[in-house]
Design a protein around this ligand. Structure first.
Ligand code: NAG
Length: 167
């Protein structure tokens, strides 16, 4: 058996260090140290909040991501979502299947047609936040009901957890 390369050892060490950085600020400075640190940080990330919809295609490169926050992208709507999702390189479909939590809070332009596309893409979603999506109605709720694994739905301060509405 080949001994592990110095790079593998270093990556393991860096991953350990990252797991100890709980403060966002510390994570940020770690990431901006150099390209290698940035890459290792991407390997470790499970949650990502994107600030521009265009960055959606880049996040497909983060292998351990399972939670995605688009609440800072209110411009996402029924017209832009097909373009954004098609910009994700093919071969990333297994990546989309790993996403369990999606935050669409304040994406008011996302209605039934757009949500249909979203649930067809992120098929294994377990938690969706559609709070402050003013257009969210019965049709929109119906589109999310296609998600077999959905357990939590956040909707205008009401929380749906496996068969019951709370609050
Ligand atoms: C979704 O994002 C909004 C706005 O950033 C935040 O208030 C909310 O807590 C997030 N939802 C979840 C489930 O994390």
């Amino acid at each position: 058996m080949e001994p592990p390369s110095i790079l593998t050892l270093l990556t393991g060490l860096l991953l350990k260090i990252i797991s100890l950085l709980t403060d966002d600020c510390d994570r940020k400075s770690f990431r901006s140290t150099c390209k290698v640190f940035h890459r290792v940080d991407s390997l470790h990330r499970t949650h990502l909040r994107v600030f521009r919809p265009e960055f959606l295609s880049l996040v497909a490169k983060i292998p351990s991501l399972d939670s995605h926050d688009l609440s800072d992208c209110p411009r996402i709507d029924d017209g832009t979502i097909p373009l954004l999702l098609s910009s994700i390189p093919s071969g990333s479909s297994s990546w989309a299947g790993k996403i369990k939590r999606l935050n669409l809070s304040r994406c008011t332009g996302l209605r039934f047609p757009g949500l249909q596309i979203v649930v067809g893409f992120f098929v294994n979603l377990e938690s969706v936040d559609v709070s402050y999506c003013s257009g969210f109605g019965n049709r929109e709720a119906a589109s999310l009901s296609c998600l077999a694994g959905l357990r939590e739905l956040n909707f205008n301060k009401r929380l749906y957890v496996t068969d019951v509405w709370i609050g």
